[in-house]
Design a protein around this ligand. Structure first.
Ligand SMILES: [Fe+2]
Ligand SMILES: [Fe+2]
Length: 211
């Protein structure tokens, strides 16, 4: 578990296919009359859906790029997650729909964030001879997933839901603190500007596909 005990407030920084039958001898265009417009409409809908999703991803990537270096991107995501926790803690037992929605939002945010760290930052840390910190932090990600599992299992109307969320927030705050104050600054200092820019581009790329 986290080696740091400090919990942070959230006010310290202003801060997401289809297959075709191309192998058959029958052309798609031999289908009965009237199918064409339906197919075209379906394809058009898919294209619009793809464009919308792509636009959302591009927007999120643009937001991240505007934040700065990899460590600043990850710190901003910590704050976003802690802010969701605070909204969860402000709910009562009757607000089951709101609790479910906030837990889904938190799950997505933490999933994207941990993917960026587990696929880029922690492997880079191991390459830089800091496997101990990388292994410690990655094991904590396992406990973060465990909290999400437990909250889903207990349901949003549980009398101990807030206690569980409080313990969960504490773990994430301590984990984020260790990354922001200890591991990431040390790692950043060890790299030159080009290496830092490389890690930033990898974090942005991974976050783009996970958004
Ligand atoms: Fe982490
Ligand atoms: Fe993190």
């Amino acid at each position: 578990m986290a080696t740091r005990t400090q919990s942070r407030s959230t006010s310290n920084r202003s801060s997401s296919r289809s297959s075709g039958n191309s192998g058959g001898s029958r052309s798609a265009f031999s289908w009965g009359e009237g199918a064409g417009p339906i197919i075209a409409a379906a394809l058009g809908g898919a294209a619009i859906g793809f464009a919308a999703n792509y636009g959302r991803k591009a927007l999120m990537q643009g937001m991240e790029a505007a934040v700065g270096d990899w460590d600043e991107i990850l710190a901003a995501e910590h704050d976003m997650s802690l802010a969701i926790f605070d909204k969860m803690l402000a709910t009562d037992q009757t607000q089951t729909f709101k609790r479910k929605m906030l837990l889904m939002k938190l799950t997505h945010a933490l999933d994207k964030h941990s993917h960026q760290e587990e696929m880029v930052v922690y492997p880079a840390l191991r390459e830089a001879n800091d496997a101990a910190d990388a292994d410690h932090l990655e094991s904590e990600h396992g406990y973060i997933k465990t909290f999400i599992f437990e909250l889903n299992e207990m349901g949003p109307d549980s009398s101990t839901w807030l206690d569980k969320v409080r313990d969960f927030r504490k773990l994430v705050a301590e984990h984020a603190h260790m990354e922001e104050e200890q591991v990431f600054p040390k790692f950043k200092r060890e790299m030159d500007e080009e290496q830092n820019a490389h890690i930033t581009s990898l974090v942005n790329r991974d976050g783009f596909w996970m958004a």
